[in-house]
Design a protein around this ligand. Structure first.
Ligand code: SAH
Length: 243
């Protein structure tokens, strides 16, 4: 049976007891109805997974004893950094959740001219916290022991200041597909730029091409922005990664 995996934002030490945080305690006791002696898996983003057994259980307070520590290689050999034009509502959540499952290591939500989402600083900060939670639960589900980073929402003109040599932007009008490109060095970051629902403007496309970000096509059909990101990350994994 697959063990329940729980993220804890704290140091975890082998052979020691650990108090599980309040939210996870409630989940373990009320939702999963776990009992003393039941086994679960913990991770905190340090790259390891820890097996623990429930030592004591109350509604808001679960105490476990950490019994083993393992390193399981669930990280992709590729370092994919997704620069995603912010899309509306839960589309962005879906993109982030699926891309964590597919192994993306870093996210930067970007603002482009056609982004439909306009928020003040406080609400962007709230969104950021929400996206972090989406990332954690995707890691719990998919068995990743390292937590992908999500940077704050950035204007794309500011984000391009940190360009790597392996930078690609998804462009339905491009002449090349990923198959036509030479494999990037696995140790360097692959940057993937995806437009929002409305795509990039012509001016943005010109600007991006001038920066030598390579336009790449995903075939002759126009994909929705959330499909485009997932398809591109899958294609990259299939030709250069661990699919
Ligand atoms: N109406 C827009 C489509 C936007 S789709 C237009 O015609 O440009 C949203 C984003 O998904 C695009 O900006 C692009 O980055 C990506 N995308 C969609 N279909 C694609 C395809 N066939 N090839 C490459 N990128 C694609």
């Amino acid at each position: 049976m697959r063990l329940n995996r729980i993220y804890q934002q704290t140091d975890i030490t082998l052979n020691q007891e650990l108090n599980i945080d309040k939210a996870a305690s409630l989940h373990l006791s009320k939702v999963l109805r776990m009992k003393i002696g039941d086994i679960l898996e913990l991770f905190n983003g340090d790259g390891y997974r820890y097996q623990a057994v429930i030592a004591n259980i109350e509604r808001h307070r679960v105490k476990v004893s950490v019994t083993s520590k393992d390193q399981y290689h669930s990280e992709s050999p590729l370092s994919i950094h997704l620069y995603q034009g912010v899309s509306r509502g839960d589309k962005m959540d879906l993109t982030i959740q699926k891309c964590v499952e597919l192994g993306v290591k870093t996210f930067t939500p970007i603002i482009t001219e056609r982004c439909g989402v306009k928020l003040d600083t406080k609400r962007w900060a709230k969104k950021q916290e929400h996206w972090k939670k989406v990332i954690i639960s995707a890691c719990e589900q998919s068995g990743r022991d390292s937590i992908p980073t999500i940077y704050s929402v950035t204007r794309w003109q500011d984000a391009v200041l940190k360009l790597s040599t392996n930078s690609y932007f998804l462009d339905p009008h491009a002449n090349h597909s990923f198959r036509d490109l030479t494999a990037p060095d696995n140790t360097t970051e692959i940057q993937l730029w995806v437009g929002p629902e409305g795509g990039f403007t012509e001016q943005e496309v010109r600007h991006i091409k001038n920066l030598h970000i390579q336009p790449v096509s995903l075939g002759p059909r126009i994909l929705r922005t959330e499909t485009a990101a997932l398809a591109a990350v899958s294609a990259i994994n299939a030709i250069w990664g661990d699919f």
